[in-house]
Design a protein around this ligand. Structure first.
Ligand SMILES: Cc1cc2nc3c(=O)[nH]c(=O)nc-3n(C[C@H](O)[C@H](O)[C@H](O)COP(=O)(O)OP(=O)(O)OC[C@H]3O[C@@H](n4cnc5c(N)ncnc54)[C@H](O)[C@@H]3O)c2cc1C
Length: 435
């Protein structure tokens, strides 16, 4: 019997599991290959809907999928891998009840993702908020919605600073600005702080048109952009910039960088300067034939040149290749070279407005937004959850329904409206969406 251990229940881990089943389903069913997935969380989190969850459009539970349900042919261990012994081929897992278990492996797949690089910005741990884990998102969402409630009307405008001019920062700034308008309670002023001269450098120069569109839409939503000097510190009163200026804020959201933790026992594995594991063209960690890696935690060469971006789609594709190759290496079959070419990228800048690049073709506005919606719904790990998310969207389109910070309905006084009317209404209406 061969043991295959996957560390991480994110995009990489789930797709690796599925690829092992595709490649070696018979061996898994017969018990010749025993698969175990270890994850610190009990759910797969689909981060693509983070802005929609903040905005009260998608219910928080709908972006989460139970890993036990997603991985029926694997043993699932809820815990944190605290060390790996690559000589004796075993990992040690710290379990929630404070005990430990040891999992031997013949093949180890590492998809531990990334975490917010909070150590890079003074004061952000104490005074900032982040969104990486479902708990982080829940806490910020509850706070934001409480501050925007109608009974807060009359208080000075809520100032929210979002640090990070990449996809996440842009989406969150748009979602918060739009939520403020839709809720019609306390006014909200959103400040987006980016250290580049322009937003969305990931899209430039090739897709600059998309980045320019997103920038215009953010300004139209009333988001104030602070581009250039980087944030140097977060305090209780705001964000200090390298220029000496201070952006006053009541809530500061950090989306500006990720870091990678090294599992004790894996220090000798090759890494890039950021700490990501270096892999070969078969997704094996360079120099090892029993350890595979991918997703945010690994640096993987892009077949067309350069390295793969760190995002969900690439993590899924890494999982597909790593899982298949791990199974094939157990079966003694030749491994497959990573050959995925990429599909595109997308971001939302509010309901009905998006930017999408699909195989080099650029879409903005409603087409860009619809493509993103379809793209994300398609790539969710569970069809049932995709349907629930689409139903949430329908509730917004048909009834104007948004959820409040506790996840309950908040559609009092909002008449059913047609989807196009809603999209128009949410687009530019000053203050509350026109009824
Ligand atoms: C707010 C936000 C919005 C985003 N929006 C988008 C978007 O719109 N589009 C997009 O493509 N990407 C988006 N991303 C990025 C995307 O989420 C990541 O690229 C993706 O999650 C990487 O997948 P992964 O499998 O490598 O890691 P993850 O999905 O983060 O999974 C890592 C897994 O490893 C587990 N783990 C970590 N360490 C251990 C350990 N020691 N022991 C056990 N388990 C461990 C974690 O519990 C988790 O299950 C967003 C990210 C954030 C934070």
């Amino acid at each position: 019997m061969k043991r295959l251990v996957i560390v991480g229940g994110g995009y990489f881990g789930v797709d690796a599991y599925r690829a092992v089943l595709r490649e070696a389903g018979r061996e898994v069913r017969s018990g010749e290959i025993q698969m175990t997935v270890v994850s610190m969380g009990e759910h797969h989190a689909f981060h693509g809907w983070t802005g929609e969850v903040l905005g009260g459009i998608v219910a928080p539970a709908h972006m989460l999928t139970s890993l036990v349900g997603l991985l029926p042919r694997a043993s699932f261990v809820h815990g944190r891998v605290v060390s790996a012994d690559l000589v004796a081929r075993k990992v040690t897992v710290h379990l929630p009840d404070d005990t430990e278990c040891v999992l031997p492996f013949d093949r180890l797949l590492l998809g531990t993702g990334s975490r917010d690089a909070l150590e890079c910005l003074a004061g952000v741990r104490e005074h900032g908020w982040c969104l990486k884990t479902p708990g982080d998102l829940h806490a910020f969402r509850a706070k934001l919605h409480a501050e925007l409630r109608a009974d807060q009307l009359g208080r000075p405008a809520l100032r929210v600073a979002v640090i990070g001019g990449g996809f996440a920062g842009v989406e969150m700034a748009a979602a918060i600005a739009e939520l403020g308008r839709a809720r019609g309670g306390r006014e909200v002023q959103v400040h987006l702080i980016g250290s580049g001269e322009r937003l969305l450098n990931e899209l430039r120069p090739r897709y600059a048109r998309l980045a320019e569109y997103a920038e215009r839409e953010l300004r139209a939503l009333g988001v104030e952009l602070h581009l250039g000097p980087r944030a140097t510190a977060v305090t209780a009163d705001g964000v200090r910039l390298a220029s000496g200026a201070v952006v006053a804020s009541d809530l500061t959201l950090f989306t500006a960088g990720v870091a990678f933790d090294v599992l004790p026992g894996t220090l000798d594995l090759p890494r890039d300067e950021q700490g990501r594991l270096v892999t070969d063209e078969f997704l094996r960690v360079s120099g090892r034939d029993d350890v595979f890696a991918g997703g945010d935690a690994a640096v993987v060469a892009r077949p067309s040149g350069g390295v793969c971006p760190t995002n969900a789609l690439w993590a899924m594709k890494h999982g597909m290749w790593a899982g298949a190759n791990a199974a094939r290496s157990i079966q003694g079959r030749p491994l497959r070279r990573f050959s995925y070419g990429g599909l595109g990228q997308a971001a939302s800048v509010g309901v009905g407005r998006g930017v999408t690049e699909l195989k080099g073709v650029q879409f903005t506005g409603l087409p860009g937004w619809v493509l993103r919606l379809g793209f994300f719904a398609w790539y969710m790990p569970s069809r049932r959850q995709s349907v629930r998310v689409l139903r949430d969207w329908w509730q917004l389109a048909a009834r104007g329904r948004r959820l409040d910070g506790e996840g309950t309905l908040n559609n009092s006084g909002v008449k059913p409206r047609s989807a196009p009317a809603l999209l128009r209404g949410e687009r530019r209406g000053p203050g509350r969406v026109e009824q």
